[in-house]
Design a protein around this ligand. Structure first.
Ligand SMILES: [Zn+2]
Length: 327
């Protein structure tokens, strides 16, 4: 037995039959979520393995959820537990227990595979935005930029440096396990090139520290500022490296990619499909090209809601939406 099949068996409908091959059959709990009528004929099937693994299958809608020891706690398993009535705190405890157990098992192999990131310094004389006492035209321009782009001092530790190469940039540190492992300096002066000065290590994903275990999904975007707006992760571009894939999959959450509305974004959609990730392309106005624009126009809460609400898992549905999104 495992914490997973114990929990599933605890909350499964009491009215159930066991078949000779070991399946438990009961009325499928997925009907009102997946669009079929309430089940009265025991079309939900569950098999529980001696090693603690569990498989659920609905013979009405085809919904499947399974778990095996060593495997991540999937968002489908989370749905199943919710549908059979397990309270959120129980579901979170199970998800956490699985994560802890897998960490122990995988510790040795992971050292070889996962990227590690060294701590790096910020640009010279960088200070936290909230510690600025010298309000000159440079620091004021950075504060004005933050106000214009709806960036708040409680989002993350924004920095500013009075030193020559950096004084007209908003510095965003890249954290990993609470350490600063890189940064980007966004120019706040439209004439100042390059737009970003960035120090980043290979395989890095921005925002992983914010993806606490009780979050159901992780939203993945291209740019760091977009990620900050929605507590998501940023790839730092439209490509996804294998190391980034490992770090994101390790979160054991539904991954929802929100592509920018350009050619690179459409490639990113195909890559997300290949990885089995979800893609969200909300019904935003056609002049909205990324999350930052959406936040400016609709605010953070609605932007987040519209992403969660339009996330698609099926490749066909994703490609259909992409036709509208990229025109
Ligand atoms: Zn079903």
């Amino acid at each position: 037995m495992s914490v997973v099949n114990e929990t599933v068996l605890t909350y499964l409908p009491a009215k159930r039959k066991q078949t000779p091959s070991g399946w438990l059959s009961f009325n499928a709990p997925c009907y009102h979520h997946n669009g079929h009528a309430a089940d009265t004929r025991g079309r939900g099937g569950l098999i529980s393995n001696p090693d603690g693994g569990v498989s659920y299958h609905c013979f009405n809608c085809g919904f499947k959820a399974s778990w095996q020891p060593g495997r991540p706690f999937s968002h489908k398993l989370r749905k199943l537990l919710q549908w059979i009535g397990a309270p959120d705190d129980v579901v979170n405890k199970v998800a956490f227990a699985v994560m802890r157990e897998n960490e122990g098992v995988e510790a040795q192999t992971r050292i070889a595979e996962l990227p590690s990131f060294n701590t790096v310094p910020l640009p010279d004389d960088a200070i936290k935005i909230t510690d600025i006492t010298d309000f000159d035209k440079y620091s004021m321009a950075v504060l004005e930029y933050m106000a214009l782009r709806n960036l708040n001092t409680d989002d993350t530790n924004y920095y500013w440096s009075p030193s020559l190469g950096y004084r007209d940039r908003l510095i965003i540190p890249f954290y990993y396990d609470g350490r600063i492992v890189g940064w980007t300096g966004r120019s706040v002066n439209p004439d100042k090139k390059p737009k970003y000065l960035t120090e980043v290590q290979p395989g890095y994903v921005y925002g992983l520290d914010e993806q606490s275990y009780n979050k159901v999904f992780a939203i993945v975007v291209e740019g760091q500022i977009d990620a900050i707006h929605i507590d998501g992760c940023a790839l730092g571009g439209s490509e996804i490296s294998d190391q980034q894939v490992m770090l994101l999959n390790k979160l054991q959450k539904q991954i929802i990619v929100v592509p920018d509305r350009d050619k690179a974004g459409s490639k990113l959609v195909e890559r997300a499909i290949e990885l089995g990730w979800s893609v969200a392309m909300p019904d935003w106005d056609s002049d909205i090209t990324d999350v930052g624009d959406a936040v400016d126009k609709y605010g953070r809460l609605y932007t987040l809601y519209s992403i969660a609400n339009t996330a698609e898992e099926s490749a066909i549905k994703i490609r259909l939406r992409a036709k509208k999104w990229f025109t």
